[in-house]
Every structure is written in C-alpha cells, then in structure tokens.
Design a protein around this ligand. Sequence first.
Ligand code: NHR
Ligand code: GAR
Length: 218
Amino acid sequence: MKRIAVLLSGRGSNFEALLACTAVGDFPGEIVVVGANRTDARGIETARQAGIATFCLAHRDYPQREEFDRALRETLEPYRPDLVVLAGFMRILTPGFVDFYAGRMLNIHPSLLPAFPGLHTHERALAEGVRIHGCTVHFVTADLDHGPIVIQAAVPVLPGDGVDELASRVLRVEHRIYPQAVRWFCEGRLSLNEGRVALAPSAWPRSAMPELVVPQGA
Ligand code: NHR
Ligand code: GAR
C-alpha cells in the first residue's frame, strides 16, 4: 500500500475524486495527509470530515519561498509519503523541494501541455480560439509545468463557451484521469526514461482482473 500526501489550495474536487477511488475495493494506495498553503481551503474541511490528517501552512508567514518549502517538507516527512499529489496547489515550488520528491510528485494542470503552462489556462485557450482543450497529469520538475507527461484528456471547446463552461468540462475529465495516474503510480507501473514516462503492462491478465470476476450466484 503506497502512502499518498495531497497538497491543495482551494475547493479540492480533485482530492475528493481521488478519495472516492482510494476508498473502494483494491486501490493500492491510501491518502495519509492533506495539506494546504491557506487556512481557508475548502479541501481541508473535506479531509477532516473524512478523518484524514490535515495541516495548513500559510505561505504568507514565510518571507522566503525556500523557508516555506522547508517547512512544508518538514511537515510532510513524518507521514512518510511515497507520493505527493498536487491537486489545485497554487504555489510554485523551489528546486530544493522538487528535487527531494523527484519521481514521486505529480501535478494536474488544466491544459493540454505544452500549450498554456502557468495560470488562467481556460481564458487563454478561449482567447486563442483553440477547438480542443483539456488537462495533463505530469511529474513535477523544477521547470514549471514542463515535467514528464503521464496522461492527458481532451475536451471540445464549444460555441458559446465561457470560462466557467469550459473549466467545468475540463474538470470532469480531470476527475477521471488523476485517479488513473495515481493508481498506475501506486501499482509501480510508471517509470521515467530520459524524461519520458513509460507505463508497464498490468501484472494481472485481463481475464483475472478483480472487476471482471463474476461472483458466485450473480
Ligand atoms: N512547482 C514546480 N517547481 N514545478 C511545477 O511544475 C509546479 C510547481 C508548483 C505548482 C501547479 C501549476 C499548475 O498546474 C504547480 C506546478 C501555481 C503557479 C503560480 O504562478 C503556476 C503553476 C502552477 C501553480 N503561482 C503563483 C506563485 O507565485 C501564485 C498564484 C496564486 O497564489 O494564485 O507561486 O498550473
Ligand atoms: C483544477 O482545475 C486544477 O487543474 C487547477 O485548479 C483546479 C483545482 O480544482 N490547477 C491549477 O490551476 C494549478 N495551478 P480543485 O481544487 O477542485 O481540485
């Protein structure tokens, strides 16, 4: 069982989607802690109600990014995470922090990278008039939003879309691909080779996958 730490800054719907997946059946990982850089993050309340350990470290209390990141790492380490999941986490992390969790930290970004790194991706996609938009799960590296890509999902941009319509269409596919990527990581199937992600085949023959086993009497 892999130990998962989630970092978020707000609503936490990606955390909720992951929680729903880890809570059922044979998921090979468990969320051991949820942390935020703001005390008012709604995702922290959700985690508390689910009985998960939480912490808030207000980045405003740390004048230097390095100090905040050191405190973040010191707070996370007692939970011995195998994987750090950024789920709507809004602070850029320093190279020291990123290197410490190299190969074991994932982010979901609301665009089809390498298009639209950074913030305000839906506004920028609409302004460019792209017909296809989406989201990307990638390993986090010091190069912001440029780490090795694990999985992407695309959605159409439809006539009449505003930021809210587009953001919610993207969010629905975020909730599907992020738990999938985390599952692959926890199954030990993701590897990094020259900056590219490889997915090893499942150890289970398809016919023996638990969800395909028909119970007696069904
Ligand atoms: N850190 C590193 N080193 N590398 C990445 O790829 C990271 C990262 C930290 C967060 C998420 C990312 C996204 O998916 C992420 C990826 C925040 C900003 C940002 O500009 C940019 C990208 C992402 C997250 N943050 C401002 C800052 O000064 C603060 C903005 C705010 O508080 O609203 O840190 O989009
Ligand atoms: C998601 O759309 C996520 O991709 C995006 O913020 C939203 C968080 O929603 N992430 C970023 O923009 C990172 N800079 P959630 O809190 O409901 O998961």
